[in-house]
Design a protein around this ligand. Structure first.
Ligand code: PEP
Ligand code: MG
Length: 540
């Protein structure tokens, strides 16, 4: 047995077999082709497209990062080289296989041949071949971002996962996730928490673990590889105890969110996916306090159409009935990327063109989302809020767009409701002008994940900062208090939707500050409800 210590980002215990996933390498089905010439044509077209993309990436990164730019240019050269082209074309014609499969075979053969050569130049070339091949495979339509987890539920072990990858995963097949990269508040971990998957980060994994038995302890951040019998026995007992504890909590499903002395609090759920709706209902959340709408824009080839967004929001509005749903308008950029968004390379994406800035730069995309939200508002109790706001000027632009959208809907006799709006307080600037911002909307929702990152100037995703990124920092807590006071001074509501909202150690502190609502991942609704109900504000 071997024991590895990492950081737990969602509690829970998992016992099972490991599936090691190499990021970006897709498994392709082989199919026999009758028209070899046509298949070679397909491959050439895909090569041309990949070449164009690499050229575009070179142009985009040239001024920002010369080394990265040169690497795209080297990949382009390699892709266009006669050797590379010939190897794949001859595989298609001699074996009569589909182009994607031929690309994959070539990729794997090259990797295998040079596996043991450690010279950096060769290793770089192999990694270039891998990247080009994966790009080609995607263009050839031979793979999707969805990772095939197989038939039996597994513990997925990998270097890193993007938010889009975890979102696409089949929840029932996933016992736990173990990654090298990521942090407690990275979006991938937040998604895993929403999906209730015990997750560990900061564990350097090995592809040889594939198929081995393991235990993930999401309370202590421990991974046991090939656990011995004693440990297995212990964890089976703990798994049972865990289940019992959950059953006990489930008794609170239909209870009110009220302190022992009778103060009502809004306890809402954070979700990113339509499939999370079931858990919102299951745990009896009073509503959805944060719908991370950008996930509908990820893991796909093109912008979602207005009608697609409308149908999704309408379904949520109808399912939730009277219970409110706050749609956070798309918070794209930074770690939430898709190729079609064509976001130019940035030296510091977290400080870059993201959130509301990005939406205000892409008015067509933003208008479509606003229209979809307003159209869906006729079917339930919707509200919306804007991410990463840092100035009143942004609010001027948003308000102008909303006026235009509403006018247009009125002209066309499309029904809609006047919905509540809110601003996410995620930047120190927004904290400092929170009174002015509060006047513009109905509520303020504090996003402490980003607010901590920008206040402490510490990347929330950087594992090296895991012991330093501190959302309990007095500066953050003081800011929360300031925002609540500012909102109340303007007769508005204020709450928290960052991960800290689920920290029951702080529940009483938040209540004493006068926080009106907390929004947490569905799995934390009941533990927070328990903490609320045990708090007595009348006692000093
Ligand atoms: C936050 O920043 O606290 C927040 C809730 O938004 P996200 O985690 O999606 O950035
Ligand atoms: Mg945020």
């Amino acid at each position: 047995m071997e024991v590895f210590k990492g950081t737990a980002t969602f509690s829970g215990i998992a016992i099972g077999k490991i599936l090691y996933y190499s990021r970006g390498e897709y498994q392709i089905r082989q199919s026999l082709v009758s028209n070899v010439k046509k298949e070679i044509e397909e491959f050439r077209k895909a090569s041309d497209r990949a070449s164009e993309t690499l050229q575009g990436l070179y142009e985009k990164t040239r001024l920002l990062d010369e080394q990265e730019a040169n690497s795209f240019s080297a990949q382009k050269k390699l892709l266009e080289s006669e050797n590379f082209q010939r190897a794949i074309e001859s595989c298609i014609s001699s074996e009569k296989v589909n182009a994607a499969y031929a690309v994959m075979t070539n990729r794997d053969e090259m990797t295998e041949t040079f596996r043991n050569l450690e010279e950096p130049v060769i290793q770089k070339r192999i990694s270039d071949i891998r990247e080009i091949s994966n790009r080609l495979i995607q263009i050839l339509g031979g793979a999707s971002i969805r990772i095939n987890l197989g038939e039996e539920p597994v513990i997925l072990v990998t270097e890193s996962l993007s938010p889009a990858e975890i979102m696409e995963m089949d929840n029932d097949k996933l016992l736990a996730v173990v990654m090298h990269h990521g942090s407690v508040v990275s979006h991938t971990s937040i998604m895993a928490r929403t999906m209730e998957i015990p997750t560990l980060v900061d564990i350097v994994a090995d592809d040889e673990w594939d198929g081995m038995s393991a235990i993930v302890d999401g309370y202590t951040g421990t991974l046991y590889l090939n656990p011995d019998e004693e440990i297995q026995k212990e964890y089976k007992i703990r798994l049972e105890a865990d289940k019992k504890e959950k059953e006990e909590l489930l008794k609170l499903k239909n209870q009110k969110d009220m302190t022992a002395d009778g103060k009502s609090i809004g306890l809402y759920a954070n979700i990113g996916n339509m499939s999370d709706l079931n858990n919102v209902l299951f745990y009896g959340a009073a509503g959805i306090g944060l719908l991370r709408s950008e996930f509908q824009y990820l893991g796909r080839e093109n912008y979602p159409r207005e009608s697609e967004l409308f149908l999704a929001y309408k379904k949520i509005a109808e399912t939730m009935g009277d219970r409110p749903t706050v749609i956070r308008t798309a918070d794209l950029g930074a770690d939430k990327q898709a190729d079609y968004l064509d976001i130019p390379g940035e030296t510091n994406p977290v400080m870059g063109n993201r959130g509301i800035r990005f939406c205000l730069d892409r008015k067509k995309m933003f208008r479509a989302q606003l229209r979809a939200i307003y159209r869906a508002s006729a079917y339930g109790n919707l509200a919306m809020m804007y991410p990463m706001v840092s100035s009143e000027k942004e609010m001027d632009e948003i308000e102008a767009l909303i006026r235009e959208v509403k006018e247009n809907l009125r002209e066309k006799n499309v029904p809609f409701r006047e919905i509540r709006t809110g601003i996410m307080i995620e930047t120190p600037a927004a904290v400092m002008i929170s009174r002015e911002l509060a006047r513009r909307v109905d509520f303020l929702s504090i996003g402490t994940n980003d607010l901590t990152q920008y206040t402490l100037a510490m990347d929330r995703q950087n594992p090296l900062l895991k012991d330093k990124y501190d959302d309990h920092h007095p500066a953050v807590l003081r800011m929360i208090r300031m925002v609540v006071e500012a909102a109340h001074a303007e007769g508005r509501k204020a709450g928290i939707c960052g991960e800290i909202a689920a920290d029951t150690v702080l529940t009483e502190t938040f209540l004493k500050m006068g926080v009106d609502f907390l929004s947490v991942v569905p799995a934390c609704i009941l533990p927070v409800r328990k903490a609320l109900r045990e708090t007595d504000l009348s006692k000093e």
